[in-house]
Write a protein that binds this ligand. Structure first.
Ligand code: PRX
Length: 640
């Protein structure tokens, strides 16, 4: 039972935190049912969890409760604080700034919700959202929630193929996209890419309409009958819309993420449990205060954007900031200026951003005030003690707690962190499990638990309200992926180490997932894209340490015939099949891949060779052809 007790006696935490952990352990059902009181319900739930990790696996929270998520994020606050800023949006061009009060945001959401209803979108239907960092991204998510449509937010960096795959899998009926996305000096042709994606969808496709938001006003081709101007459509609608009453376990959204096997997985999140988790974790992790200006720099197409740009802060009635621009364009220091201009109090970003800022002249950050900041946070990848300390001292001026938050798309919100003001931060460690979160470290075979200090596979022994319910139309894959490695536990895919006083250090993915600048990339997805080239016999993608990005992607490719394949062509295949963001750092064309006698590619070796760690290649005797290793080292050296 040792894993049940997530807070060892040695941990020095605030009394309130300790009491919460105790309450959650003493009677989890009562603790979680009380947390449902954070929300406004049409029918309050009579029970919290009916979840189990064995057999068929069921994740079910607040099952008999009924609510509407957008009402919780908007209408409640319109009643009590209509003129409070809900959303501050700043564009990348100088002077572009818009402040939407709760009343304004409510009105915009209602207008779009009415448009969607008029276009025939019904409860449970999927709507794909493919927008850059504009206010309409938030409006679109909440409009879906208002009418009970399931949103599927798609990353602007996906290729047409990547978009098509996800649109088909979710069979979305309506797509909301933009004419273009601005990215520094570049204009990314969102609508054109979406047109290509829709052309790739199986004949007929599911998409009836495409709403096009005008971001820059450039002319884009519009397909008669299918494509509609967002602005013209919303202008026709009323600023009020009756919300759909939803069951707590009705899906709020599905969001695609990568795993160790080929196809991206549509992770399905609930309406009730997810929203409880978003609100609770936003409050706990960041010590949220009513007058916060909360800036989470994540794109809304990632789970971080869902939970900490949209649902967490808004359900708590906070003010969120969205900035469209890059950190250092047109010159370094843009984001520090955004903080100063808007008096941002909580700044939540990625270790990659911190590492990039560390490389700039210190004068850049020191020339800014940053006095409004109260709490700093990071997410998505490990933050080294050096980067943590730099962030704390240079950006936080030694005055702000830094919360490294560990979680995943599947967890809905933060699971492990050192909650600001409650748990002392420790550079490099993720922190402690939140109250009610029961983690367990398991042995590599998944059958034994590691008690106390030690290292193992990071698992959860009980469900939590934010846990994903299933994978879209594939519950069996859900069960297989997360509940078969360590029977009876949810397996996260990460390894972790626990210190004597309970602090958790994340040691990284133990599966074939690579984390490039916080982007979760399945190596199988990369290999599938590479395999579309007829000149490719086989390939293997691996992650190696990278100074700036955390991990860099390296792909080894075996060509059918020497000289017929070059790295640029392989890179193009990845760019087209997955997206520009996944194009590998380095591509090696090689004669052979190292394999075991049973034919399994030995990725460990490929990682070491790519990282130039040749001193300790380990035992080569299990390889079917140990000679191939020296040849491989030679071929790689020639291509470096
Ligand atoms: O490996 C962990 C890493 O990112 C994975 C989850 O990726 P994704 O679902 O895209 O969600 C990212 C944002 C929540 C995890 O399995 N990861 C996330 N946060 C951290 C982290 N690794 C180390 N430290 C973190 N704070």
């Amino acid at each position: 039972m040792a894993d049940r007790f997530s807070l060892p006696a040695g941990a020095v935490v605030a009394d309130q935190y300790r009491a919460r952990v105790r309450d959650a352990q003493h009677d989890p059902e009562a603790f979680w049912l009380a947390q449902a009181g954070r929300l406004a319900w049409h029918t309050p739930p009579s029970a919290a969890s009916r979840s189990y990790f064995t057999g068929d696996v069921q994740i079910s929270w607040y099952a008999d409760g009924q609510l509407n998520v957008s009402e919780n994020c908007l209408d409640r606050h319109v009643l009590t604080q209509p003129d409070k800023a809900a959303l501050i949006w700043e564009g990348q061009e100088k002077g572009q700034r818009e402040v939407l009060t709760y009343r304004d945001l409510h009105a915009r959401v209602c207008r779009l919700a009415n448009v969607l209803r008029r276009l025939g979108v019904r409860k449970g239907e999927r709507v794909a959202i493919h927008l850059p960092a504009v206010a309409e991204g938030v409006v679109a998510m909440l409009a879906c929630a208002r009418i009970g449509a399931i949103h599927v937010v798609l990353f602007g960096g996906f290729s047409a193929e990547g978009l098509a795959e996800r649109i088909q899998d979710s069979s979305a009926g309506v797509v909301i996209t933009a004419d273009v996305a601005r990215r520094g000096a570049k204009l990314i042709p969102s609508k054109t890419t979406m047109d290509k994606a829709l052309a790739l969808c199986a004949s007929g496709g599911s998409v009836r309409h495409v709403l096009v938001v005008s971001v820059s006003g450039v002319d884009v081709p519009m397909q008669e009958g299918r494509d509609l101007s967002y602005e013209a459509e919303v202008a026709q609608e009323e600023a009020d819309c009756t919300p759909e009453v939803m069951n707590a376990c009705d899906p709020l959204f599905l969001l695609y993420t990568s795993g160790s096997t080929g196809r991206p997985k549509g992770v399905v999140h609930s309406s009730g449990g997810y929203l409880v988790w978003a609100g609770l974790t936003h409050e706990l992790a960041f010590d949220a205060q009513p007058d916060d200006i909360f800036w989470c720099t994540a794109d809304t197409s990632w789970i971080t954007g869902h939970t900490y740009v949209v649902y967490g802060p808004l359900v708590n009635g906070a003010t969120v900031l969205i900035y469209e621009g890059l950190p250092s364009w047109p010159e370094p220091g843009q984001w520090w200026d955004v903080i100063d201009r808007n008096k941002v109090t909580v700044f939540y970003t990625s270790p990659t951003v911190v590492r990039a800022a560390m490389r700039e002249d210190e004068a850049v950050v020191r020339a800014r005030s940053l006095a409004s900041l109260r709490v700093l946070g990071t997410v998505g990848e490990p933050i080294s003690p050096e980067a943590w300390t730099w962030f704390s001292e240079e950006v936080g001026r030694g005055q702000c707690p830094v919360v490294d938050t560990w979680w995943q798309t599947e967890s809905g919100g933060v699971l492990i962190t050192a909650c600001a003001g409650q748990v002392p931060g420790r550079p490099g460690a993720a922190g402690l499990p939140l109250p009610g979160v029961e983690i367990a470290l398991l042995g590599t075979q998944g059958h034994t638990t590691v008690d106390g200090e030690g290292e193992g596979l990071l698992c959860l022994s009980r469900s939590w309200p934010g846990q994903a319910m299933t994978l879209w139309q594939d519950h069996d894959r859900f069960r297989q992926t997360y509940f078969s490695t360590c029977p009876g536990y949810y397996f996260t895919g990460d390894g972790a180490r626990r210190e004597k006083d309970g602090y958790i250090w994340i040691t990284g993915r133990v599966d074939d997932v690579v984390n490039v600048s916080g982007h979760r990339i399945g190596t199988a997805e990369i290999e599938d894209a590479v395999a579309t080239d007829p000149e490719v016999v086989e390939s293997a993608a691996v992650g190696i340490p990278h100074d700036l990005k955390g991990q860099g992607l390296v792909v080894y490719v075996v060509a059918r015939e020497e000289g017929r394949l070059d790295p640029a062509r392989v890179a193009r295949a990845v760019g087209e099949g997955v997206g520009r963001y996944a194009v590998p750092e380095k591509i090696y064309i090689v004669k052979d891949l190292p394999k075991t006698r049973s034919g399994k590619i030995v990725r460990r070796l490929l990682r070491k060779i790519a990282a130039d760690e040749l001193d300790n290649l380990g035992d080569l005797s299990t390889l079917s052809d140990p000679e191939c290793v020296q040849a491989l080292i030679r071929q790689v050296a020639e291509q470096n």
